[in-house]
Design a protein around this ligand. Structure first.
Ligand code: ADP
Ligand code: UDP
Length: 251
């Protein structure tokens, strides 16, 4: 529930809204129940999704912070909101894949579920009008979306995050098939230092998570593919991570 005197969002996204934070350089990230897929062609809501994703993302960002990954997360504010650092977002979606699925399977004709020899990192240019096209490192450097040095950092962070999260999810009987990350630049004016931090969210909206024993889909593919039971699947992921969320509160 939004506080009554809350200002208009400074950014209204598909799954989240961003509000000015209480201090300069901070933002409030508000998680909505709205769901979209296929570049906005399919729209709907998943009851309680915002509450669950807020909690799951808080948990994962905190664990990643514990192992030394710089993240935008500052603190949880309420059921749907978290305080984060305001970053200059690098306009790339960084996807790591452990098992072939989704657009990779379609693009190269590899059956869904094929275990990859080693994780694959892909970059997509964040532009809804263009449908977030797949790009390579030459494109990224040429068009100035990130420097060669920044790309090295993104790759190394992506690998560390994938290694850590794959293990964490196995401990909850889930396979991390693939997932998407966003990163941004945080400038500490006084020290004159710029640091790349993990931004946005990591949740069943941005990961493919399959049950370890049955390969049942426990993520947004349930919505994309009209499988039903998406709210229950998100709830189950939270439960397996040890995050008990009262289903009535999640509404
Ligand atoms: P979309 O923009 O694709 O509709 P969302 O609804 O998830 O996606 O909106 C969240 C937006 O907030 C994204 O555009 C994301 O890049 C941006 N964002 C996430 N974290 C930060 C941050 N720490 N600082 C600034 N922008 C952020
Ligand atoms: N993904 C995401 N946002 C996007 C595109 C992809 O969070 O705008 C996630 C998606 O949930 C999956 C991974 O990135 O975990 C790889 O998605 P893929 O390229 O297979 O695209 P999709 O099948 O979703 O079109």
């Amino acid at each position: 529930m939004l506080p009554k005197n809350r200002k208009k969002p400074i950014y209204e996204g598909k799954a989240k809204s961003l509000y000015e934070g209480p201090e300069p350089g901070t933002l409030i990230q508000h998680f909505k129940d709205d769901a979209t897929a296929f570049n906005n062609a399919k729209k709907g809501t998943i009851t309680g999704k915002g509450v669950i994703n807020n909690r799951i993302s808080e948990f994962l960002f905190t664990r990643l912070g514990d192992i030394g990954i710089p993240t935008h997360f500052i603190k949880n504010l309420n059921m749907r909101e978290q305080l984060v650092r305001h970053l200059e977002i690098i306009p790339l979606e960084v996807v790591v894949r452990n098992i072939a699925a989704g657009s990779l399977s379609k693009r190269v004709g590899v059956p869904d579920g094929t275990i990859l020899l080693s994780p694959i990192i892909e970059f997509y240019y964040k532009d809804d009008k263009l449908g977030d096209p797949l790009v390579n490192e030459d494109h990224i450097i040429n068009f100035g979306w990130a420097s060669a040095e920044e790309l090295d950092i993104l790759r190394s962070l992506a690998q560390r995050i994938n290694d850590f999260l794959s293990g964490l999810f196995i401990g909850s009987k889930l396979k991390l098939v693939d997932f998407k990350m966003e990163f941004g630049r945080y400038t500490m004016e006084e020290q004159g230092i710029m640091q790349i931090m993990l931004a946005d969210e990591i949740s069943p909206d941005t990961c493919r998570l399959w049950d370890y024993d049955t390969n049942e889909k426990m993520d947004k593919d349930r919505f994309r593919q009209n499988l039903g039971g998406e709210a229950e699947a998100y709830q189950e992921v939270a439960k397996r991570l040890g995050l008990i969320i009262n289903p009535n509160e999640a509404k």
